[in-house]
Design a protein around this ligand. Structure first.
Ligand code: NAP
Length: 306
C-alpha cells in the first residue's frame, strides 16, 4: 500500500510517516522544497508548487490514498498579507490535487485532509461535536470552512473524503508545547487571560494513529481529533509545571496584554473550545493518552523520538 502525503515534512507529517513505516505502508510525499527531497523505496519525495500549479505527476504512481496536511504555518504573525498566505496555501494545495486528479483521470480511493478545531467559535460552556454548524466569522473559522469546502469537492470525483479537525498537538519536537515548556522550566510559567478557556489537546502519536485508523476503516466525513479530556488553560499550565516539577507562582498574563502584543493572533491562546472525541471513539478508535498528565509525562520525562 502506498500513501501520498502533502506536508509530510512538517510536525504531524513526520509522525504519520513514522507510523506508516511501522505498518509497512510506503510513503510518497509532495514537498515545495528541493532540499527535502529523498528517494528511498519507502519514502519517495516529489516536488510541487501549488502557488503556480506545478506538480510532479509521478507522485501518484501506485497511490490509492492521500493524506493532505499542507499549509503555511499559523504560528507566524498574522499580517494582512500573511493571512492571505494561510488561506491560499491550503486552498491552492487542494485545488491542484483536485484539478490534477480530474484532468489526468487518476484513480484515488480516499483522501484524508487535516482541518482544525479553530472552526468552532470561542465558548466557555459549549461542548463541540462534529455536527455543530453555527460557525462565526473569525479568521480561523473562515479559513477552516473554506478549506473543508474545497475538500468536499472531491466527492464529485467519487473519492471518499474525510476531514480531521485537529486540536492542539502535543509533541516534543515543536508546536505549542515547546513554547510553553521553556517559561515553566525557568519558573516563569503562568496562565494566560482568565485561564478558564478550554484547551482541547491531542498527543501526536494518537493523532497519527487516528489518521491511519480513518484510512484503515474507510471512515467518511468529519472527525474531531482531540483527546477525551480537554482541560482549562490554567490546569494545562499547572499540570505542565507538576510534570516538570516546577512551581507556578506568577499571576496570569492579562488578556489585554496578549491582545496588545499579538493582535488577532491572541485568539490562539485566549480562545476556548471544548471539543468531543466521542465520534471517532464510536468507530473503535482508542486513545493511548486520555489524560494530559500521562501525555506530558510521556513527552517530557521519557526518552523517546516523538
Ligand atoms: N500542529 C497543530 O497543533 C495543528 C492543529 C490544527 C491543525 N493543524 C493543521 O495540520 C496541518 C499540519 O500541521 P503541522 O503542525 O504538521 O504543520 P507544519 O509543521 O507547519 O507543516 C506543514 C507542511 O506544509 C508544507 N507547506 C508549508 N507552506 C506551504 C505552502 N505554501 N504550500 C504547500 N505546502 C506548504 C510544508 O512542507 P514542505 O516544506 O515539504 O512543502 C510543511 O512541512 C496544517 O495544515 C495545520 O494547519 C495543525
Amino acid at each position: 500500500m502506498i500513501v501520498l502525503i502533502t506536508g509530510a515534512t512538517g510536525l504531524i507529517g513526520q509522525e504519520i510517516v513514522k507510523q506508516c513505516h511501522e505498518n509497512n505502508i510506503q510513503v510518497h510525499y509532495l514537498t515545495t522544497s528541493k532540499l527535502k527531497l529523498e528517494n528511498k523505496k519507502s519514502y519517495r519525495g516529489f516536488l510541487w508548487n501549488p502557488k503556480i500549479g506545478f506538480i510532479d505527476l509521478d507522485c501518484f504512481e501506485g497511490v490509492e490514498f492521500i493524506i493532505n496536511l499542507a499549509g503555511a504555518t499559523i504560528a507566524k504573525p498574522w499580517t494582512a498579507s500573511y493571512k492571505i498566505d494561510i488561506l491560499s496555501s491550503r486552498i491552492n494545495a487542494m485545488k491542484l490535487l483536485y484539478d490534477t486528479i480530474k484532468q489526468q483521470g487518476i484513480s484515488i480511493k480516499h483522501i484524508v485532509t487535516a482541518s482544525a478545531i479553530g472552526v468552532y467559535p470561542h465558548s466557555l460552556t459549549r461542548y463541540y461535536q462534529e455536527n455543530f454548524t453555527e460557525f462565526d466569522n473569525s479568521f480561523l473559522s473562515d479559513v477552516v470552512i473554506k478549506w473543508e469546502e474545497e475538500a468536499s469537492r472531491f466527492e464529485n470525483l467519487n473519492i471518499l473524503i474525510s476531514k480531521v479537525r485537529i486540536g492542539i498537538v502535543l509533541s516534543k519536537r515543536g508546536g505549542a508545547l515547546s513554547k510553553l515548556v521553556a517559561p515553566v522550566k525557568y519558573g516563569l510559567g503562568s496562565a494566560f487571560g482568565r485561564g478558564d478557556q478550554w484547551q482541547s489537546w491531542i498527543h501526536i502519536e494518537d493523532l497519527a494513529f487516528l489518521f491511519l485508523h480513518v484510512i484503515k476503516h474507510e471512515l467518511k466525513g468529519v472527525y474531531n481529533a482531540v483527546a477525551p479530556n480537554s482541560v482549562t488553560q490554567k490546569d494545562f499550565i499547572q499540570t505542565l509545571a507538576e510534570v516538570l516539577k516546577r512551581p507556578v507562582f506568577l499571576p496570569a498574563v492579562p488578556s489585554f496584554v496578549l491582545k496588545f502584543i499579538l493582535g488577532e493572533m491572541s485568539t490562539l491562546i485566549l480562545g476556548s473550545q471544548r471539543v468531543s472525541s466521542k465520534k471517532i471513539e464510536s468507530t473503535g478508535f482508542s486513545f493511548r493518552y486520555h489524560h494530559l498528565d500521562n501525555a506530558l509525562e510521556d513527552l517530557l520525562q521519557k526518552k523517546s523520538n516523538t
